[in-house]
Design a protein around this ligand. Structure first.
Ligand code: BES
Ligand code: ZN
Ligand code: ZN
Length: 465
């Protein structure tokens, strides 16, 4: 992984190439104060200070300065230096005025590459570094955030053939080994008895890709319990209700929720948040074989509710049902789950906005505020009570779909709610975990969406509170 820590350098007055940030309001005034030759240099590079993320080079002898246009030069967004960081040559840079602040994250992430499957690696060993003054702890926190984001991207981008339930377990074990957290993995007969829905969804996979429940516990028992749950469907073929080719094409990303959960757990532990953490990841492959679970099958869930399988492609909510039930048994003061749960959430909100369902208004408000602050947007959707009865089954306690084509993300969330005791504050993020087209610092492919929002919320509540 990119060595992010080497790219944010404490400012001790080292030599560094200045980066001037301008926006359309400040450009003219800035230009007036520059040496006369700069005007011609900028004109030659067609730099007008208005096109966001455009930049120009101002030679100074053997060295150079940089000027870059941003949308707002007084309030830097996380991504406003990302385009620049992706293009500048190696060397040390510093902002001519002020500090990178939030933009340090984009500086780092712009330099992350997923090149495990490229025979020719990017040959630039090190990218541009930027000087940051102030608390070293701020630098470390930004580096951790970049690492967590990169972890989500890498896990999601890794093909399903190389990232099955066993490899998700390895990723969790790695975190446990590095940090002294306690890992517990349940499979085989114990899974079949204790987590029947997880076992049913994973039944068709080959033995090496057998379903399992991955749990990690960390922190002092006396600290407030927080549970983080993530959907770990390492590939979603749809099962016997098989997806079509285009629907299946990017389903290696269906463990994106688990990747978010793991990355969030990593942030909690590395930042030593004073909580008792319980990470719960149901890991399966939704495959097809003679052992597949079937439409019409009825499975008694961990909680005791009998679930009729209407559609084997609505598998995420099934494995999460048992995982949420397990999380709730610890009586945490908060449960957060991440899941690439429905296509309907994308129809409603598009790829960039995780649909967020919360069973408490105050918690929803705090999450939304944290998301705004972190510039990692989420959007609340309703747990609409009157729809709940649509989850009825003719023969069992409930069905895994509503049987109609509307409000799919809401029904999925209502299904999950049946497995979360109403007295436990709970937030469910139906995230896309994927970027369909690149933006500065954010390549096409696996992406953390909602991770920084929830982290900012937890940090605000438990670290500063
Ligand atoms: N993993 C999918 C949801 C999904 C689909 C995420 C496309 C991202 C892109 C999930 O398991 C699924 O297939 N959901 C179905 C539910 C339906 C069968 C009730 C869906 O959303 O179509
Ligand atoms: Zn599915
Ligand atoms: Zn799925």
């Amino acid at each position: 992984m990119t060595d992010f820590a080497s790219l944010l350098v404490p400012d001790r007055g080292q030599q560094a190439r200045p980066i001037h940030l301008v926006d359309k309001d400040s450009f003219a005034a800035w230009l007036k104060k520059r040496p006369a030759e700069d005007r011609a240099l900028l004109e030659a590079q067609r730099f007008d200070g208005k096109t966001a993320y455009a930049f120009a080079i101002l030679p100074r002898g053997n060295e150079f300065e940089v000027v870059s246009a941003v949308k707002n030069a007084t309030e830097l967004s996380p991504w406003c230096l990302a385009s620049l960081a992706g293009k500048l040559p190696e060397g040390t840079y510093k902002l001519a005025h002020g500090q990178p602040g939030k933009a340090a994250l984009g500086w780092l992430l712009a330099q992350h590459r997923f090149d495990a499957y490229r025979s020719k690696k990017d040959d630039s060993e090190r990218g541009p570094r930027i000087l940051v003054s102030g608390e070293p702890a701020r630098i470390e926190a930004t580096v951790r955030l970049a690492q967590a984001t990169a972890l989500v991207r890498d896990l999601v981008n890794t093909p399903a053939a190389d990232l099955g339930p066993a490899e998700l377990e390895v990723a969790a074990a790695g975190l446990a080994n590095r940090t002294g957290a306690q890992l517990n993995v349940i499979g085989g007969e114990e899974l079949a008895v204790g987590y029947p829905l997880i076992a049913a969804v994973g039944a068709a996979a080959t033995p090496e890709r057998a379903p399992r429940l991955i749990e990690l516990e960390w922190g002092k028992p006396e600290d407030p319990r927080v549970a983080i749950v993530g959907k770990g469907v390492c590939f979603d073929s749809g099962g016997l209700d098989l997806k079509n080719a285009s629907g299946m094409r990017i389903m290696k990303k269906d463990m994106g929720g688990a990747a978010h959960a793991l990355a969030l757990a990593q942030l909690v532990i590395e930042n030593r948040l004073p909580v008792r953490l319980h990470l719960v990841i149901p890991a399966v492959e939704n495959a097809v074989s003679g052992a597949s679970y079937r439409p019409g099958d009825i499975v008694r869930s961990r909680k005791g509710l009998f679930v009729e399988i209407d559609n084997t492609d609505a598998e995420g909510r099934l494995i999460l049902a048992d995982a949420l039930a397990k999380a709730a048994e610890g009586q945490p003061e908060l449960i957060v789950d991440f899941a690439t749960l429905t296509g309907a959430a994308r129809v409603a909100l598009g790829p960039d906005l995780p649909a967020t369902f919360v069973n408490r208004d105050d918690l929803a408000g705090e999450l939304e505020a944290a998301a705004r602050e972190a510039e990692d947007p989420i959007w609340r959707m309703p747990l609409w009570d009157p729809y709940d009865e649509q989850l009825k089954s003719d023969v069992a306690d409930l069905s895994n779909t509503s049987g109609n084509a509307m409000a799919g993300a809401v029904y999925a969330a209502l299904f999950l709610r049946r497995f979360v005791p109403s007295d436990i504050p709970w937030a469910h993020l139906d995230t896309w975990a994927w970027r369909d087209s690149a933006k500065p610092g954010r390549p096409k492919g696996g992406e953390a969406l909602g991770l920084r929002a929830v982290w900012a919320f937890l940090e605000g509540r438990y670290l500063q509170g």
